[in-house]
Design a protein around this ligand. Structure first.
Ligand code: SAH
Ligand code: SF4
Ligand code: F3S
Length: 485
């Protein structure tokens, strides 16, 4: 979790300038909003859409919730703990609202969708509840709340993609940005609440994606991450009559299907200086065509987040992941074959329903096989309404879940270190993102493989957004250290 506050308005972002003054200018905006985001990158990306909708209504942003007229929490339901964090935060806002009753408090995102108007019964201080597909109605809901009513809209949509809304970049470094390419998920993994909170899968219009990426590049951004719960099922059929021939890179998107591989290619063609990343790939859906497209373009980063969840075929079946242990292994082999040196990371769940020690060992074994550079690791948290909650008993005691998780974390820590040790002596092309948090004398950037690299600025005049070559000389488990070459 981290806090987000608007630091840029779109026009200024276009010029690549850091947004500065309106925080201190009370005359510019009549009302201010404060927004905090929890959960996945999709939620952070949605907050940028919300910021855009509010700014069109004359709302300015503030980083200080105490001076906000509207406080928004963009929430996550993925695990119980994520929801607890939001509840705790709401108690802090309760104090503020006591002193200033006109302050409106709104809950957005997945928890709003999951709990719907129940939220208003449980948390009386909340004025507005808006689900992920209803952000366009925020202005009406705010008006209702101003009038003393509660504003609720949790309708899910089959076609909303906010394609025409230019996000206002929040807390941006001006170099890297997220671009949503699709919404929702049709996969129904049995443990997962996302299909219920985000609705059916739908792909965003290819033209609007390309335009957003081009605008970012024109504004000085050097990296876009294409976002979706399952990017490999991106599928869009452009309307022939709507073809906009002005899009650089590929002047004519021919009528016909744009799948994810084609979309990647179109974004990569915007400029060789624009790096392209994507997340998340589902192991059952990532195709050879995508891997070959990655190989073809230097600016498509050689990094794949390929969530395993479990290394046991029996668990994978209960999880409804639609692949087996062997299928996953063959995917990893295929990646290594087509993209040697490609970074691979994973999501892993410990202690899913009925998991035995043998299933758990299968997960540890698979981690060794895949040699993940990094993983996000969780213990299973039962979510109301999911298939697993309805069908299976959450029968693994918490201590066992935690112990297995700890073993998974230990394996990953060793694999991460081993992976970094292998990079000693190698030279990487690095995109400088910012000054190192620990030292003003160092830059921090990433390799295409998504490794964080820190190196001394030296006497060079490089700046964030520049590409440099860095030779790795030392490492920790989390970071590579090197020298400019
Ligand atoms: N769409 C992505 C994942 C989105 S959720 C994908 O399919 O890979 C991010 C991660 O949270 C999941 O990959 C899973 O590892 C974890 N997760 C989801 N539901 C969970 C639950 N009920 N308990 C614990 N972890 C969960
Ligand atoms: Fe959840 Fe599975 Fe969809 Fe990922 S693919 S969001 S884990 S249902
Ligand atoms: Fe959380 Fe919703 Fe994302 S549940 S992980 S914010 S899609």
């Amino acid at each position: 979790m981290f806090e987000v506050a608007t630091t840029k308005v779109h026009d200024e972002a276009r010029q690549g300038e850091a947004y500065a003054p309106f925080d201190n200018d009370p005359n510019l905006y009549q009302r201010r909003f404060y927004i905090e985001s929890y959960g996945c990158q999709m939620n952070f990306s949605d907050s940028e859409i919300v910021a855009s909708i509010l700014s069109a209504e004359g709302f300015g942003a503030t980083r200080n919730f105490e001076e906000a007229d509207l406080i928004l929490l963009n929430t996550c339901s993925i695990r119980e703990k994520a929801e607890q964090t939001v509840r705790k935060r709401l108690t802090e806002f309760r104090k503020l609202k006591k002193g200033r009753p006109s302050t409106l408090i709104g809950v957005l995102g997945c928890m709003a969708e999951r709990l719907k108007s129940k939220f208003l019964e449980e948390e009386k201080l909340v004025d507005i509840v808006v689900g992920p597909d209803a952000y366009r109605t925020l202005p009406q809901l705010i008006a209702e709340a101003d009038g003393g009513q509660k504003g609720v809209n949790v309708l899910l949509s089959r076609d909303e993609t906010y394609a025409d809304i230019s996000p206002i970049r929040l807390n941006s470094n001006g170099i890297t940005a997220f671009v949503s390419i699709m919404r929702g998920c049709n996969n129904m993994c049995s443990f997962c609440v996302v299909p219920f909170t985000r609705g059916r899968e739908r792909s965003r219009n290819v033209q609007s994606i390309l335009k957003e990426c081009q605008d970012l590049f024109d504004a000085g951004y050097k990296e876009v991450t294409l976002l979706g719960q399952n990017v490999d099922s991106y599928y869009f059929v452009p309307d022939e009559t709507a073809v906009d021939n002005t899009i650089p890179g590929d002047p004519a998107i021919k009528p016909g299907v744009v799948n994810f591989a084609r979309l990647l290619e179109l974004v990569a063609l915007i400029s060789p200086d624009l790096r392209v990343r994507f997340s998340t790939s589902h192991p059952k859906d990532i195709t050879d065509e995508v891997l070959h497209t990655m190989a073809k373009y230097e600016n498509i980063c050689k990094y794949i987040h390929l969530p395993l969840q479990s290394g046991s075929t029996r668990m994978l079946q209960l999880m409804n992941r639609s692949y087996t242990r062997e299928w996953y292994m063959s995917k990893v082999e295929r990646i290594r074959e087509i993209l040697p040196g490609c970074g691979i990371s994973s999501d892993i769940i410990a202690g899913f329903c009925t998991e035995t020690e043998e299933d758990h060992r299968d997960t540890l074994d698979m981690m060794e096989f895949a040699r993940y550079d990094m993983s996000y690791m969780f213990f299973y948290s039962e979510r109301p309404g999911t298939l697993a909650q309805r069908r299976y008993e959450d029968d693994i005691p918490l201590e066992i879940k935690k112990r297995r998780l700890q073993e998974i974390v230990e394996v990953q820590n060793r694999l991460s270190l081993e992976s970094n040790l292998k990079d000693l002596g190698k030279t990487f092309k690095v995109l400088i993102e910012a000054e190192s948090k620990k030292s003003k004398e160092h830059w921090m950037g990433r390799s295409g493989e998504n490794k964080v690299i820190v190196f001394p600025k030296g006497s060079s005049n490089y700046k964030p957004g520049d590409y440099v070559h860095v030779k790795v000389s030392e490492c920790t488990q989390a970071t590579l250290l090197g020298e400019l070459v």
